[in-house]
Design a protein around this ligand. Structure first.
Ligand code: COA
Length: 335
């Protein structure tokens, strides 16, 4: 019998137990998992912020925590959405704890007026997985599918300079600028405009997502959260001939897992495509990132299979597919 309870998010010993359960559940058999670090969990869980509200629940079997689930509710945009995570310790799976946690979250979503729930699940390239079958059993359907890809930064480093040389002529008139950590003041507006366009420019499949709204305050809060969580990022922006922002790309790494970098968003606005800016942005950022973080051995990214141009760029950078990430979606109507 599962007992689902609220979590005191200042109780660090319990938070650590939950974090460890999630690590054990998410990492088993998955060398390229991107489960959050303990520093991130310890520092971010207790903090409320203006951009999203978090509901955290723990499942007990008797006195023993066996799983946890979280609902993240965006507060500045996408007010219909809830992003969920559910983890049950491998030794306690298939006993109904995951389902009980989802029922508890569903009650919260109803109270909060959120009508669409999203759950990301990992699966091998050509097979189902326990989490995928679990999500299906809970009424979630695949709304979008990303291929997760990894590039070895040392083995592929020799390709970046030739890529930059070969893209130079066609990118004439564009200026690339790179920074680590906080965005320079004079680039904040350009960055926020591009970040606000990102969701509208990627293939969403059936995902019911709306563009995010980024402004200076949100950006600075996000940077502060990254710093607190022990993550460092390197960003390259490209400015057009008139000085406005036309694209950017970003990579990050957690201090507790310095060997595995994560490739974040990449965007080039439609009017500026065809100048090989995507390749230039990513090669430039790979170079800057590896100089700043020489311990990073691999980088992982995820792209929709139908994102032809992004996939072509990633192929050139030596990315190879390692697993799938399925974006599962369920409308809470009728639960
Ligand atoms: C996904 C997860 C949370 C499920 O937790 P759980 O407590 O085992 O889930 P339940 O016992 O409530 O399973 C409910 C139903 O889902 C399906 N299901 C769950 N795990 C399954 C598996 N490994 N294989 C096939 N079906 C499965 C079954 O229909 C199951 O009912 P049944 O046992 O009566 O057949 C757990 O496997 C886990 O922590 N996985 C790793 C983390 C993860 O990927 N989380 C999801 C993304 S956030």
């Amino acid at each position: 019998m599962t007992d689902v309870r609220n979590v005191d998010r200042t109780a660090e010993a319990l938070l650590h137990q939950l974090w460890q359960i999630g690590w054990d559940a998410d990492s088993v058999g998955r060398p390229w998992h991107t489960y959050r670090t303990w520093t991130s969990a310890r520092r971010e869980w207790p903090i409320e912020n203006r951009t999203r509200k978090v509901h955290l629940r723990v499942a007990y079997d008797g006195d023993r925590p066996v799983g946890w689930a979280e609902a993240r509710l965006p507060l500045l945009d996408n007010l219909h959405l809830a992003m969920l995570d559910v983890f049950v310790h491998p030794e306690d799976q298939r006993r109904g704890h995951g389902s009980a946690l989802l029922v508890a979250l569903s009650d919260i979503l109803r109270e909060e007026g959120r009508t669409t729930a999203l759950l990301e699940v990992a699966a091998p390239v050509a097979a189902a997985s326990g989490p995928l079958l679990f999500a299906r059993a809970q009424g979630f359907a695949v709304a979008q599918q990303d291929e997760m890809k990894v590039a070895d930064l040392r083995e592929t480093a020799s390709s970046w300079a030739p890529l930059l040389a070969s893209t130079e002529a066609v990118a004439v008139g564009y200026q690339l600028l790179t920074w680590s950590g906080a965005c320079p003041d004079h680039l904040v507006d350009a960055y926020c405009e591009l970040a606000s366009r990102f969701i509208a420019e990627i293939p969403l499949g059936d995902l019911a997502m709306e563009p995010e709204v980024w402004d200076r305050a949100r950006l600075r809060e996000n940077e502060e959260r990254q710093r607190l969580a022990g993550r460092s990022d390197v960003t390259t922006i490209v400015l057009g001939p008139d000085g406005t922002g036309v694209g950017y790309t970003e990579m990050m790494v957690a201090e507790e897992r310095p060997d595995l970098a994560y490739q974040g968003a990449t965007i080039v606005l439609p009017g500026h495509r065809g100048h090989r800016l995507g390749q230039r942005l990513k090669a430039t950022n790979h170079l800057a990132f590896t100089r700043a973080h020489p311990g990073a051995r691999n980088v992982i990214t995820g792209n929709a299979s139908e994102n032809v141009h992004m996939n072509a760029i990633n192929d050139q950078l030596g990315f190879r597919v390692v697993e799938r990430c399925l974006e599962m979606q369920r409308t809470t109507v009728g639960l």
